[in-house]
Structures are given as C-alpha cells and as structure tokens.
Design a protein around this ligand. Structure first.
Ligand code: DLL
Length: 441
C-alpha cells in the first residue's frame, strides 16, 4: 500500500532528474542565504553553478554536527525566525542542544514523509496509532503525530513515560499501530506481562520503531512479546526528524524518501564516496527544505545503500539497518567493538532479559568494558533461594562462563560480565542509554 504511489515508484531516471533540479535550487538557497555555506563553498572553490550532474555533489564540502553548535542557535537557518513555524532541538550529551527550524512548507513535507512511512509499515486510514515517542523538542512525537493525522489515522498522543498507563490505554483503546523506540517497546512488553496480559489482550498489528539502533535479535523479541510486525524508522533532527526512511514489511532495508533527502555513503576516514552495498558513513543533502537546508551533512551513522527496486514496488534507495554510530564504537585492546555486536550475543541467551548496559572504565591504564545483564523472571524463579548475585551459584556461574566465552568468540577480546536479578537494569522511556562511559576525560 502506498501513500503516494506515483512518487514512491518513480523510475530512477525520472527520480534523478527531479533530484538534480531540487539539488540545484537547494545549493542556490544555501549559498545565497546562509553565510556559513557561502564561506564553505567559496573556500572549496565551488558555487551552485558547479553542479551539473548529481555526481558533482562530491565536490561540495561536508557539514558536521559541530558546525551547528558553532552557529548556535540559528546560524544555519536560511529564513528569519519570523518565517519559521516550528523549532525542534536534539538534546546533545554535552552543552547546548542543536536547534533546527521548519517553515510551514517544511512541516507539510515532513507530514507527507511521515504519512508515507506509516503506510509503508502497513498503516491504513482509520487505524488507531498509539504514539509513545516523546512530544516536545524531540522530533519523534510531533513528527509522527502529524503524519498519522494526515493519513487519516486516529492518533493517541501518549508521549513517553508512565508505562502502566500506556498499557492500560493500549488495552482499552485497542490501537493497531505502536510508535516508540524499540527499547521502550520492550519496556511496554515487560509491563504488559507484569500486569498479567498476553498479546491477545491487545490489538497490535505493526510497530514503527526507531530513533536508536536495534538488532534483528531485538526485533524478534519485540515481535514475539507484542504479537506485531516490528519495522524500523530512521531519521534525525538535522535532516528532518522521523520519516527520512522507513522499512516496509519485506524487511529488506529502509526506503529513503529520495525525492526529499539525497543520501550518500562515504568512507568516514577519507571522506571519499563508497560504492553501492559498502558500509560507511551516511551523508544527507536535503532537497526541498526551506528553513534549514543541509548540505552533505555527515550523520555519524553507519550503513550501506542499495538501489535495486524492492519487491514492494518502491524504487527509492534502501539503507541497511544501522550498525550504529561511529562515536558509539569503542576500542578494547585495539579491537573495534560496536554495542550492537554485544547485543546480538546477549540476545542468544534465553536466560537473559533483553536489557543490558555497557560500562566503560579505566581502573588503571587500560580500558575495561563491563557488560551488565539481567536474568529473566523465569530463570530467577527456577533458582529461588539462591543468591543470584553470587558468582559462586552453579547455574549463574555456568551462565556467566558461557556469556563470556560467546562474547570472546564474537568480538575477539575478553569483556567483563555481571549478571543481576530481574528488573535491576534501568528501563528506557525513550532512547536507551546503552553505554555508560566512566573513563576519565
Ligand atoms: O531520533 C528522529 C527519530 C524519531 C527517528 C523517531 C525515528 C523515530 P535525533 O534525536 O536527532 O532524531 O537522533 C538522530 O538517532 O543520527 C541515529 O544515530 C539515531 N537513529 C535514529 N533512527 C534510528 C534507527 C531522531 N532507526 C540519531 N536506527 C540518528 C538506529 C537511529 N539509529
């Protein structure tokens, strides 16, 4: 099912023609209206006229996150705030947030791509969609809310938090779609079980989960525990918010809405473009944005792009599920480790709940990585009376050894593991905090 079939199935030559026109207009807008971009273009010896074909884009300079911070709050806007109808901001772990703006036209486009995304996930006009992404400066809640309304769905603007109440609403209202982070979906599933419900007490059919990395193993858990089809949605505030790309039920990657967002994959070290199918850093140029055009924005996210049409009929490029962010990677004794690789190993263990945290410390001169895991209530109940926290307990000791061995085999380095009782690891209500970095700076 398509929200905008003509565009979503456009033949590639036509799509590329459209992209070229829009790209030329975007470069012109950025150059004329944003002093930062003019300086960057001038320094690189390019002007909007240098772009004759899509491949000329590689001559243009990148934009990076720190450029947004350095021009805080509105330095990269191409419109005065009087013409901006909405601001959003991403929290940022340190210092000031990064601020983005939308004209009315930008909001309309965002609404369109979110409507497309919901339908791509299997949503229909008339569906009830429960949106448990945060509403506020975060783009998740409001972005999908507008898209769902445009689609003709009935939106439940639950926002994040108060999980028992979310479960009650899901049960009473019988929403068919759930939109939230995958870690929050697991939290909701836990809460359902705790309140004595099974998926049959609900009416959920599909989930629109994103805003953080999640593995296929987490997908399988969510699908089993909530009884729905779990699909991946991607986006970032700088480019728009949710709805930059969306997976369809084929689960063969996320369709990038390429009539509005032009993706590239580069080698993060050299900045050179990488061929189709190779994993590298995802870079976006906006094609229709007015208030906050982005030119070759380096997302820091790692994935690959594929251009062959999908079995669903959509012709827009597909990006693979994200491997994670470049800055999420840490190095243990010279070996690069992504949290997603640890997640994959942990989820193989039936004894473990799908909640974990990775703590980085530096007790002496070497980095130490400790994975905090927790056992399922079933495992815990099976060993009642035992001091589960004690590494001497035979069942725990055996589990501990097996986890360490599997992690060692998969990652090539040894990692500390701690096992704790059910519900001891902090639950997420939005983006999960997977890595806690306690290393001295
Ligand atoms: O997270 C927008 C969003 C809201 C996307 C709701 C999907 C659903 P930011 O807060 O600016 O925007 O964070 C953007 O989150 O660069 C990725 O690192 C990460 N991210 C977003 N979607 C996914 C995903 C929103 N599906 C940053 N898989 C991005 C993995 C994701 N990581």
């Amino acid at each position: 099912m398509f929200w905008n079939k003509a565009v979503e199935t456009l033949e590639r030559p036509e799509l590329q023609q459209l992209q070229l026109q829009r790209l030329q207009a975007t470069l012109e807008r950025a150059y004329q209206r944003v002093p930062f971009h003019k300086e960057q273009f001038d320094r690189a010896g390019v002007s909007p006229a240098s772009l004759k074909s899509l491949s000329d884009l590689t001559k243009f300079p990148f934009t990076v996150k720190s450029n947004l911070r350095d021009t805080y709050p509105f330095g990269l806007f191409a419109e005065p705030t009087a013409n901006v109808s909405r601001l959003h901001a991403s929290s940022g772990t340190r210092g000031k947030p990064t601020v983005v703006g939308y004209t009315r036209h930008d909001i309309n486009i965002w609404t369109e791509v979110c409507a497309r995304s919901i339908m791509c996930a299997g949503g229909q006009p008339g569906d009830m969609l429960h949106v448990a992404y945060g509403y506020g400066l975060f783009t998740g809640g409001l972005g999908l809310h507008y898209g769902a309304e445009k689609l003709g769905a009935c939106v439940v603007p639950a926002s994040g938090g108060n999980t028992p109440r979310q479960v009650m609403l899901l049960q009473d209202f019988k929403a068919v779609g759930l939109a939230c982070t995958p870690s929050y979906a697991l939290n909701i599933a836990d809460q359902m079980t705790e309140m004595g419900f099974t998926p049959r007490d609900f009416n959920l059919k599909y989930g629109i989960f994103g805003a953080e990395p999640w593995t296929e193993e987490i997908r399988a858990k969510i699908e089993e525990e909530l009884g729905l089809v779990a699909l991946d949605i991607y986006g970032l505030s700088e480019v728009m918010g949710p709805g930059v790309s969306m997976e369809c039920p084929q689960k063969q990657g996320l369709h990038v809405w390429e009539d509005h967002f032009l993706p590239e994959i580069i080698d993060p070290a050299s900045g050179n473009p990488l061929p189709e199918g190779e994993t590298g850093e995802l870079v976006f140029t906006s094609l229709t944005k007015e208030a906050f055009p982005v030119i070759r924005y380096r997302t820091g996210d790692l994935c690959a792009l594929y251009y062959d049409p999908c079995a669903c009929g959509r012709t827009h490029a597909r990006m693979s599920k994200l491997k994670g962010r470049i800055d999420d990677m840490f190095i243990v004794r010279g070996v690069n480790v992504f949290p997603s690789e640890i997640e994959r190993v942990l989820l193989e263990f039936q004894e473990l709940a799908p909640h974990y945290q990775i703590v980085l410390s530096r007790p002496e001169r070497l980095d130490l990585v400790t994975v905090l895991t927790e056992v399922t209530p079933a495992f815990f109940a099976g060993h009642i009376g035992a001091d589960l926290m004690s590494a001497d307990h035979a069942a725990v000791k055996s589990l501990w050894q097996r986890i360490r061995q599997k992690l060692n085999e998969a990652l090539g380095v040894s990692i500390e593991v701690k096992i704790s009782a059910p519900r001891t690891i902090a639950r997420s209500e939005g983006k999960a905090v997977r890595v806690i970095d306690n290393r001295p700076r």
